[in-house]
Design a binder for this molecule. Structure first.
Ligand code: GDP
Length: 194
């Protein structure tokens, strides 16, 4: 079955986004590490399932080994299901994403969000970066341009509206994401015709 996946570090607002997209309520503020295996839900408006992959990255109170297991699980899930995944939504926190990426860029470590973005591209999975919590960001264009730079795509972000989608999930402001996802879905349907 056609599938859209959601990936993102803990606390970026994935549960909030899931709730807004599906109309179901999800357990926000759950204990870190009490993570779920992939969960499937119907996306009310569209004809595919939405899969929530467990939160990853820094999880306080979760041992390093366990974090690695979760990450490996996500990687395998994406590899095994790449064929049927229509779109991946990589959720980041617009307020902190640049700081987090830069903090982990010490030449050896590749920051998780950047790594995941490239990994999804390698698998040929169309990817939308949902930049959440934009209500907390003042210098919107500057922040989004910086994010392009860190992800290795050429600013300005406005050129990448199929890839960079600023949202405020908490207030249900998701139009940029809806449009980006729709564009990818339609691209693929068009491809199928030929
Ligand atoms: P998850 O761990 O990725 O599932 O994140 P949650 O959905 O549990 O959200 C983590 C925190 O971020 C909660 O306190 C949410 O209320 C908050 N949050 C989610 N979306 C937004 C948003 O658009 N703006 C702001 N300011 N906070 C948000």
């Amino acid at each position: 079955e056609a599938e859209v996946v959601l990936v993102g570090r803990s606390n970026v607002g994935k549960s909030t986004l899931m709730r807004e997209l599906t109309g179901h309520s999800f357990d926000t503020g759950k204990k870190p590490g009490v993570t779920r295996s992939p969960n499937h839900y119907d996306w009310s408006a569209e004809d595919f399932v939405l899969t929530d992959l467990p939160g990853f990255g820094f999880m306080s109170g979760v041992e390093g080994d366990r974090q690695e297991d979760i990450k490996t699980g996500i990687v395998h899930y994406l590899e095994d299901n790449a064929e049927k995944i229509l779109v991946a939504i990589l959720v980041v926190d617009g307020k902190s994403v640049i700081d987090i990426i830069d903090r982990h860029s010490d030449g050896e470590e590749i920051p998780y969000d950047v790594e995941m973005f490239h990994f999804l591209r390698e698998l040929d999975i169309p990817t939308v970066v949902a930049v959440n919590k934009m209500d907390k960001v003042d210098d919107r264009d500057e922040r989004l341009n910086e994010l392009c730079d860190r992800l290795g795509i050429l600013p300005p972000w406005k050129q990448w509206q199929e890839t960079i989608a600023p949202i405020t999930a908490k207030r249900g402001q998701l139009s940029a994401l809806n449009e980006a996802v729709r564009t990818h879905l339609h691209d693929q349907q068009r491809d199928d015709l030929f």
